[in-house]
Design a protein around this ligand. Structure first.
Ligand code: GLA
Ligand code: ZN
Length: 692
């Protein structure tokens, strides 16, 4: 069975390696542009993202277009076997556009209009911005959509933020009318009788504001949903304006700001997902926590479209905008870059190719330094990686099959943070999801990160930490998943509100109560210095013994149908259920009533993974800080062994017969991984085409 996806672009069916390329900063010095090509080839780069912020260079005054420089760049690319993701330039406006059409400037939540400047700050509703974008995009498409060097479209840059202008307010009201039909329905859904917030005319409804309405939770969450839809609508407008010239060219947009946009919904309009990763490596003695967290995000972005994504940006050395900018230690460039491939990326790309001479990113890491030549540590790291990507290029298009999924919904994330209680000093939703994911990562369990509207069918194990916003429908789907033999893990603060952020009545966890077999009667937040404990009962089915700390959040629950596996140790909680399991149909559902630390999560998931029969990338013990990830085409499995521990480690393989993909040599039974080491192995896949 083939499990290989078509390459992102048929023109370049290999792992891609390259950078954001901004030749428009160097048009005054043609020698630089010539030298760039020599260096790109030397670095093993085969792709560049161009034109991302080129609007002023392409259309210096309204209606006057200059394409010659772009013609020449693409021509040089073509002659040298380099390909381009061609960007639409809407991420930053030329000054003439803001001056002539002030409506394109965003109004912040405080209702003050921005001045011209910066980037990523235009109104997505403005007809003028849409029109001007369509014109420049159309010109680019007309000229380059059939250019042999162009692979596809890089739409805008890192969409994000919201605009509160009159045009956006009108669009929000139209969106609400479509959703609710009547004001009565809206008032009920938003529970506006509280504090006499009832709306009596649609014109009274506005976006949340720091100096106005911001306490109506249903309104806040609908505004975020609207902003997502409006941004996607703008993105689609851009895609339509370039695709008419050549529908075959794929389009993506680089994602980055996870907070404000429900990126999963972008799958409606994109051909593939790409994202920009900037981890702050080397904070502390090891990179385990960060390695696990980056793995989560790779899994999240890959799962949006369930196929290979592109790492559109990363830094070849350091960033210049984080609190502390550390260099990548030897090996880390290779490890962090190939980590993205291990989790399903088919590219490693950087911001940016050549360091800018001036302005705010002149000290941001780039492939070519201000020194201007290839004799730098960073350039060598990049060139070596280019060679590695070429050596492992057979991975291109291979899938990342997962039998485990973490449930992570953007609207749940928004609602949890807006909830007000039980722990406003730090509810730590995303951190918690990442901790649960980490316990799977540490065992090398391939994991998808999905939303509640996705299909649960492919999974044996679903982990849904803090599923606070839980629709009735999600409750039904999870119930069915368990009845059909799946294993569900849920935690405290689940099944609390519905899609309107209205509390489920009749006892939490609302639509999950039957599946979990418990009633969560009360919840409390703990101060940092408080704690409770979980004591595992003798002979519990997980085979875990001992006492584990509970911190930050504890619930008092009743085991209704569920069996108790562990109880609280302290205070008036002592003896009350803290960990339960409920059997339903052919499956089971665990409930963690309190927040626990890494030691418990690792013990818990080690047992759950083996009981649920979930396959790991490598069926042998992984030393702490070493993980394994898997890609497969159904015939060959690719196993990536990665060492984030900060120490040299040795990994014993599981005897399935491995070869090192880069060297082609048969692998020894024990693989030595240096600090920041990564080894890519291959083995014959099991006939079913799954990892198990
Ligand atoms: C973002 C942007 C880039 C650049 C990098 C720097 O991801 O998309 O244009 O500013 O950050 O890290
Ligand atoms: Zn607006």
């Amino acid at each position: 069975m083939t499990m290989r996806h078509a390459p992102v672009s048929p023109k370049l069916p290999v792992l891609m390696h390259g950078a954001d390329y901004n030749p428009d900063q160097w048009l005054h010095d043609p020698k630089v542009l010539e030298e760039d090509i020599r260096l790109m080839k030397l670095a093993g780069c085969n792709v560049m993202a161009i034109g991302i912020f080129s609007w002023a260079a392409l259309e210096p005054t309204e209606g006057e277009f200059r394409f010659q420089w772009m013609d020449e760049v693409l021509e040089r690319f073509q002659q040298n076997g380099i390909y381009a993701w061609l960007a639409t330039p809407s991420g930053a406006r030329p000054a003439w556009l803001s001056a002539k059409y002030p409506e394109v400037l965003r109004l912040e939540a405080n209702r003050v209009r921005n001045l011209h400047g910066m980037r990523h700050n235009h109104c997505y509703t403005s007809p003028a911005y849409r029109e001007k974008t369509a014109i420049i995009n159309g010109k680019l498409a007309e000229r380059y959509a059939h250019h042999p060097a162009v692979l596809g479209w890089h739409i805008s840059n890192e969409f994000g933020g919201d605009c509160h202008c009159g045009l956006c307010q009108d669009a929000f009201r139209t969106w609400l009318k479509k959703k609710y039909g009547t004001l009565d329905a809206l008032n009920m859904a938003w529970w506006t009788n509280f504090w006499a917030h009832t709306y009596t005319d649609w014109s009274q409804v506005e976006s949340p504001a720091p100096h106005g309405e911001n306490m109506v939770h249903g309104q806040n969450i609908d505004w975020r949903r609207f902003v997502t839809d409006q941004t996607i609508d703008f993105c689609k407008h851009e895609i339509d304006s370039v695709k008419s010239a050549n529908p075959e060219l794929p389009a993506t947009t680089n994602m980055h700001m996870i907070e404000g946009l429900d990126y999963r919904k972008f799958s409606r309009v994109l051909d593939f997902v790409s994202w920009d990763a900037y981890p702050t490596w080397h904070k502390g003695n090891d990179d385990i926590e960060l390695g696990a967290s980056v793995a989560f995000y790779h899994d999240l972005y890959r799962s949006i479209m369930q196929k290979p994504f592109l790492l559109m940006e990363s830094t070849p050395s350091l960033t210049n905008w984080q609190p502390v900018s550390k260099l990548k230690q030897p090996g880390m460039h290779r490890l962090s870059s190939l980590q993205s491939i291990a989790h399903g990326s088919d590219s490693v790309q950087y911001f940016q190719w050549r360091k800018s001479r001036g302005s705010s990113e002149k000290f941001h890491g780039a492939v070519v330094d201000h020194a201007g030549h290839e004799h730098t540590r960073v350039f060598k790291d990049v060139a070596e990686l280019g060679q590695s990507l070429a050596d492992i290029s057979e991975v291109t298009g291979a899938s990342t099959p997962a039998e485990t999924a973490i449930l992570f919904d953007w609207d749940n994330r928004w609602a949890v943070k807006d909830a007000q209680g039980p722990r406003n000093m730090g509810i730590h939703y995303e951190e918690t999801v990442i901790k649960h994911h980490r316990a799977l990562w540490e065992q090398g369990v391939p994991t998808d990160v999905i939303g509640s509207e996705d299909d649960f069918g492919p999974y044996k194990l679903i982990v849904a930490p803090m599923l606070y916003l839980c629709r009735e429908e999600t409750g039904r789907k999870l119930e069915q998943f368990v009845e059909n033999g799946g294993t569900l893990v849920a935690t405290y603060w689940s099944g609390v509100v519905d899609e309107h952020d209205l509390c489920h009545l009749g006892g939490f966890p609302g639509p999950l109560r039957k599946t979990l077999g418990i009633w969560a009667e009360e919840i409390e937040g703990l101060y940092d210095e408080d704690s409770n404990g979980l004591s595992m009962l003798a002979d519990n089915e997980l085979g875990i013994t001992g006492r584990f700390e509970a911190h930050e959040i504890c619930e008092l629950i009743h085991a209704e149908q569920a069996e108790v596996l562990g109880t609280y140790t302290d205070s008036f909680y002592a003896g009350r259920p803290a960990l339960t399991v409920n059997r339903l149909g052919r499956g089971k559902a665990y409930y963690m009533a309190a927040r626990h630390k890494e030691d418990f999560l690792l013990a818990f998931y080690t047992s759950v993974v083996s009981q649920a029969g979930v396959a790991r990338a490598l069926e042998s013990e992984l030393p702490s800080g070493v993980t394994a990830a898997l890609r497969t085409d159904g015939e060959t499995d690719y196993v990536f062994l990665m060492n984030f521990s900060g120490e040299a480690k040795r990994v014993e393989l599981d005897g399935r017969g491995y070869r090192d993909v880069e060297t082609g040599q048969v692998a020894e039974a024990i693989v030595a991984l240096p600090v920041n080491g990564i080894t890519v192995l291959k083995r014959k896949a099991n006939p079913a085409g799954t990892a198990s």
